[in-house]
Write a protein that binds this ligand. Structure first.
Ligand code: FAD
Length: 470
């Protein structure tokens, strides 16, 4: 049986469930469908699209090593995917299509349309669960519902995890004679990315290298260092996980090796890192189990009535990193200049927008997606709704981070601030967290766009005015 493997956000030849399954059945041809207009319409930014493009080039090289040709086709919209894939299947005489599932609503609908077109044509299309240890629906509460709270989800995940679930899929043996030639991966016709390609080298080898360096130098200190943005204590693997240049199984296997065969006991750093990978999986399940979140709806329905403010000046100040709150501004400038932001700061900036400025979290979610190299619907939506207290396991609405306290606690010597807000580097470290009016005018840094106490009270009032949750 000759199969077509449709690559999407699973750009690797190692430990790829769909590729391994197809190769077991016979010869394989790979395809990547690119729809730049679709991605732009859905808010993906140039940084991520450039990384994706470079990832496809790296994938093509790896596939070439296996004698697997990669076809690369441009389409205007994913509505065209069923027709395009059927046509390719006919061109190369393939009877089966294999792909790895993606869980947000649009992606599921796209794949259902493809499966139907193949079935109607008498061909087979098979989706594989690959990006998670448990397919959505496999882990449910005692009542048979999807989990809407992380901790019991994580407990169930740990309890039910078996060695088989995280076993690596086999890499296909090289095919002796490729049936057709690979196609050129045309340069994208997109706005230029703001971030240098060297900041995020694409492909499996770069991802594996990052994982190895993380385990060698950072993992053991992760629990103590992960919250301090100046320390670079996290793996920075998120772009690679988001586009599948590395799999969660490869990460978990590496963690097991490093930690005497345990994911939860032993080294606290590794156990804490594994917990973050479980958060990633949790938000995949949330997107699949509560599809309203994929339709721009709040997870907590009663919060839909919240009176968000339309504050153009405040929004622009936040986007541009000039709110007058140094840690918030440093974080936003990190996002703009590197395409990535530290997790602690994603929480701080998201809470600042949704609480202090009382601006709709959906606007922040879209802005993040526009700039992040790791922009990924499930984690981004989950993180935003958490911060805005509209989501699963949300921060209670009365817990509003004080950005200055966060700054003193997580960037105590204000090194991170100095790195990203250079005008404040002239001040003594202790003055960088909340510069005085005189210091602001001396170094040319804005005064706070809102007063913390007043903004906090305004947010509390807005939440208190909501109808009770169902
Ligand atoms: P590490 O600390 O090394 O963690 C390892 C991996 O676990 C990460 O690479 C990531 O895949 C996963 N992970 C870690 N934390 C989380 C989390 N809280 N939720 C889900 N997965 C997690 N992550 C994205 O991958 N894409 C996004 O678009 C995204 N948007 C976010 C928006 C907001 C408002 C918030 C609060 C968080 C968001 N996150 C997102 C989650 C998290 O901030 C990043 O995954 C993390 O900062 C990436 O850095 P790292 O690879 O060094 O993580």
């Amino acid at each position: 049986t000759r199969s077509l493997v449709w690559f999407r956000s699973d750009l690797r030849i190692h430990d790829n469930t769909a590729l391994a399954a197809a190769a077991r059945r016979g010869p394989v041809v790979a395809v990547f469908l690119r729809s730049q207009p679709h991605w732009l319409r859905h808010g993906h930014g140039a940084n991520k699209l450039d990384f994706w493009h470079r990832g496809v080039i790296a994938l093509k090289e790896s596939l070439t090593g296996l004698g697997i040709p990669l076809l690369h086709r441009d389409i205007d919209d994913f509505d065209e995917a069923p027709g395009a894939l059927l046509q390719i299947a006919r061109e190369i005489d393939a009877t089966e299509l294999h792909f790895n599932h993606e869980y947000p609503l649009d992606e599921q609908r796209r794949d259902q349309a493809v499966a139907k077109a193949f079935a109607d044509a008498g061909l087979t299309a098979r989706g594989h669960h690959d990006s998670v240890a448990f397919a959505p629906g496999e882990l449910l509460t005692g009542k048979g519902d999807f989990y809407g709270v992380f901790t019991p989800f994580a407990r169930a995940w740990q309890r039910q995890l078996t060695a088989e679930r995280v076993a690596l899929r086999e890499t296909p043996a090289p095919q002796p004679s490729p049936p057709i030639a690979s196609e050129r991966v045309e340069e994208p016709t997109l706005p230029a990315p703001a971030v240098e390609a060297s900041r995020w080298p694409a492909g499996e080898a770069a991802a594996a290298d990052r994982l190895e360096r993380f385990l060698r130098f950072r993992a053991r200190h992760y629990a103590g260092q992960r919250d301090f943005p100046a320390l670079a204590g996290t793996s920075e693997l998120s772009p690679y996980l988001a586009l599948g240049m590395i799999s969660h199984r490869q990460c978990l296997q590496a963690a097991l090796n490093e930690n005497d065969g345990s994911l939860t006991d032993g080294d606290a750093g590794i156990a804490s890192w594994v917990n973050e990978l479980v958060w990633r999986e949790f938000y995949h399940h949330v997107a699949a189990g509560f599809p309203r979140v994929c339709r721009h709806r709040a997870f907590q329905r009663h919060t839909e009535a919240l009176a968000w403010r339309d504050d153009k000046a405040g929004f622009n100040a936040w986007c541009e990193g000039r709110t007058g709150y140094p840690l918030v501004d440093a974080a936003m400038r990190q996002l703009i200049s590197t395409g990535w932001m530290h997790n602690r700061l994603r929480m701080v900036t998201a809470m600042f927008l949704s609480k202090h400025l009382l601006i709709d979290w959906r606007r922040g979610e879209a802005f993040f997606l526009q700039h992040l190299v790791d922009g990924e619907f499930c984690a981004n939506n989950g993180g935003w709704q958490w911060a805005a207290s509209t989501g699963t396991d949300a921060a209670p609405y009365f817990r509003i981070f004080n950005p200055t306290t966060q700054s003193r606690r997580f960037d105590a010597d204000a090194r991170f601030i100095a790195d990203y807000v250079p005008e404040l580097a002239e001040l003594a470290p202790r003055d960088r967290h909340a510069p005085s009016a005189a210091q602001c005018s001396q170094v040319g840094y804005p005064r706070p766009v809102v007063d913390h106490k007043a903004a906090r009270a305004r947010a509390l009032d807005a939440f208190k005015a909501l109808p009770p949750s169902a």
